[in-house]
Design a protein around this ligand. Structure first.
Ligand SMILES: C[S@@+](CC[C@H](N)C(=O)[O-])C[C@H]1O[C@@H](n2cnc3c(N)ncnc32)[C@H](O)[C@@H]1O
Length: 396
């Protein structure tokens, strides 16, 4: 049941949310100016705001914010108690914008695709799982000390956290024993599989989620060049690396253009490109209603340009990993097909098998090499959706 205080806070936050002000940003600002709120209250308020955007198109726009919030929470409770109480066709029409269906290729024949589509849509309406990444080889020990952690066969260092404690306040977090990192993001690092002593370039490093993973997999040996065009994000990356006591990285500015930050050639390049974020719509449901087909088209053009610009920095035999937390055709297989056609010096690189469930070939209208591309679906992972593609620069 929704208490009145949570309802009032959530209603105030909704007033601040708009096309330009994302729900998660509005929540952050609100909590910064309401410092007296304790973690359980913040969790309840965030949850209510996200539930509102998951059920947004069921709500009567003429009703008061309080009434809409109550309605959203009631729908959420009904769905949680019985996910099949809401038909897949209804979810397809209301849980996501209509344009998505022109951009999504759900894999399989008609029956399998209908099951996958229903699974995907139901996943979008659930509360998202919280994933941790333990330092390499320490997941079992971390699970024991933190409690409420479940391992997964998909990634050796990933743990699903089911507890309620404030993880940022734990000793284990302060001493760098784990990062909060979605399972799909961790699988990008697993796909990259950098070797200790190698040199890698994480070209869109942002706040360093994947830089830290690469550096960790390299056992603090070799170097990861971390570049971004946003200096504030790089500052966060440095703070995170210090907490994790990772030193095998360096940072630089790169605006994505043809002038690269270094003349060095790399054993591996990760391009975790800016994207529409459709794969994050479970965690960030407000984005369902602000992302447009024009954004998708524009981002696909940016991704292709970024891939083109970084590809010249690969050593012969060097590996290029392209990842995007989206599932749209334009930003995934269409980018891959256009890039591959323009770069005969690269060959598709089979992705490694993961745990008990190997990477599955991507499906779509464009004939791309199966095992060198993969869609990770939210309902299969209980995590974000992600697309990964890999190439190797031919020797000689
Ligand atoms: C998906 S985020 C990276 C997330 C990061 N790799 C991580 O794991 O935490 C994409 C990053 O690309 C950067 N970016 C956006 N547009 C860019 C462009 N045109 N050129 C270079 N970087 C860009 C953004 O600043 C953002 O940090």
């Amino acid at each position: 049941m929704l208490d009145q205080a949570t309802l009032n806070h959530a209603a105030q936050i909704l007033a601040a949310v708009s096309t330009n002000e994302r729900a998660d940003t509005a929540l952050r600002f609100y909590f910064e100016s309401h410092r007296y709120l304790q973690p359980p209250a913040k969790r309840a308020i965030s949850h209510t705001v996200f539930v509102y955007f998951r059920w947004f198109s069921w709500l009567d726009p003429k009703a008061s914010p309080q009434k809409r919030l109550e309605h959203a929470v009631a729908l959420h409770e009904r769905f949680t108690a019985d996910p099949k109480s809401i038909k897949a066709e209804t979810l397809a029409a209301r849980a996501v914008p209509a344009w998505l269906w022109d951009e999504l290729d759900v894999p399989g024949d008609a029956t399998a695709a209908a099951t996958a589509k229903a699974g995907y849509l139901r996943q979008l309406q659930r509360d998202p799982a919280l994933w941790l990444r333990a330092r390499p080889g320490t997941a079992a020990a971390l699970a024991k000390s933190l409690v409420a952690c479940e391992p997964t066969a998909l990634a050796p260092d990933a743990l699903r956290f089911t507890g309620v404690q404030d993880l940022f306040k734990t000793e284990q977090f302060k001493t760098g024993e784990f990062e909060i990192q979605d399972l799909a993001s961790q699988l990008v690092g697993v796909a990259a599989a950098p070797q200790p002593g190698a040199n890698w370039w994480d070209a869109c490093a942002g706040e360093g989620g994947k830089t830290l993973h690469l550096a960790d997999l390299m056992r603090n040996k070799g170097v990861v060049w971390a570049t971004d065009r946003n200096a504030r994000r790089i500052d966060t990356l440095k703070r995170r690396a210090a907490r994790a006591r990772l030193f095998n990285y360096r940072t630089d500015f790169w605006d994505g253009g043809s002038k690269l930050p270094t003349k060095q050639k790399f054993d591996g390049i990760l391009l975790d490109a800016p994207c529409s974020g459709v794969g994050t719509w479970q965690r960030n449901p407000h984005a369902r209603w602000t992302t447009t087909p024009a954004d998708v088209r524009e981002l696909a053009a940016t991704q292709l340009a970024l891939l083109h610009n970084v590809s010249g920095a690969l050593k012969p035999g060097g590996r290029l990993i392209y990842s995007v937390c989206t599932l749209t055709r334009s930003e995934t297989i269409a980018v891959v097909a256009a890039f591959a056609a323009a770069h005969p010096e690269l060959e598709p690189l089979p992705l490694p098998a993961l745990g008990s469930q190997p990477f599955r070939p991507a499906q779509g209208p464009e004939p791309v090499e199966g095992p060198s591309t993969v869609f990770l679906w939210p309902h299969e992972l209980d995590a974000n959706g992600m697309f990964i593609a890999a190439w190797r620069r031919k020797s000689g």
